[in-house]
Design a protein around this ligand. Structure first.
Ligand SMILES: Cc1ncc(C[n+]2csc(CCOP(=O)(O)OP(=O)(O)O)c2C)c(N)n1
Length: 248
């Protein structure tokens, strides 16, 4: 008997991601949840720009490829005209928290009935490791070679905390993909977000803390420790808003 089966929306081809990159893990989790919910023929992946978009290379389901940062705007349109579809945007931190900050805040504030999955690797991975809005204080990037200094670049943006202050969003949560528990919790969080959307209840946001071995210049294994020591203490995992629970 097969112990494990490739999720049906993932093509049987190499992922295109660097070894150890958690974008591929995140993509796999999303595809597995879609299988669990039987939504293979109904899902629509709104793909923006960045390494996040490389899942286009092996995504076997419907997708819409859009301009940098604009996934929440495009998802708004596609969901409003196809309310029965399971629509989700998959965005990196440069995409969502820099060039696309207006789009994500506006869509969340309107309570659009789709899901945003936010892969926060604290850098612009695709373009060579520049500082992102989520880069940690002291973190070295190609544009903060001595480490990020808040005196000149401000503080890392906490998107879950920001979005959870808005009235409309229904579910806002952050998970870290550097441990088996984090991965299992993330799978449950993505599933919950999709279920809320399928029930027509409104905007859901799932942040995944991910890595970038290539630009962090660490081995994939060392990125797991780096996340425990640096990323997780600042970007605390947890459920920031769940209107079903909060109402009780
Ligand atoms: C309008 C526009 N501006 C800039 C770029 C260049 N660009 C491509 S990917 C990227 C950053 C992506 O970073 P992030 O969203 O964090 O995703 P990652 O690659 O780290 O997954 C930038 C600035 C672009 N493609 N289009």
């Amino acid at each position: 008997m097969a112990e494990y089966k490739r999720a049906s929306l993932l093509a049987d081809s190499p992922s295109g991601y660097c070894p150890g990159c958690m974008h591929s893990l995140a993509t796999k989790l999303i595809a597995e949840v879609i299988d669990e919910l039987g939504q293979q023929d109904n899902s629509l992946n709104v793909i923006s720009v960045g390494c996040s978009a490389l899942n286009i290379l092996y995504w076997g389901g419907d997708f819409l490829s859009v301009a940098h940062g604009r996934a929440p705007a495009a998802a708004t349109g596609i969901k409003r005209v196809n309310p029965e579809r399971l629509v989700f945007a998959y965005q990196g931190d440069g995409d969502l928290a820099a060039i696309g900050l207006a789009e994500i805040m506006s869509a969340a504030n309107r309570g659009e009935n789709f899901t945003v999955i936010f892969a926060n690797n604290q850098t612009y991975g695709m373009t060579g490791g520049q500082m992102a809005p989520t880069t940690l204080i002291g973190q070295k990037t190609t544009t903060t070679v001595y480490g990020r200094d808040p005196a000149t670049t401000g503080y890392p943006l906490k998107m879950c905390e920001l979005i959870s202050t808005l009235e409309a969003p229904r579910f806002v949560a952050r998970y870290a993909l550097n441990s088996p528990k984090g991965v299992n919790d993330a799978r449950k969080g993505i599933k919950k977000a999709f279920q809320i959307q399928l029930a027509g209840k409104g905007f859901t946001f799932v942040e995944l803390l991910t890595n970038c071995p290539t630009n962090w210049k660490l081995s994939p294994l060392d990125t797991l420790d780096y996340m425990n020591t640096n990323t997780i203490p600042y970007f605390k995992p947890g459920v920031y808003k769940d209107t079903e629970v909060d109402a009780k």
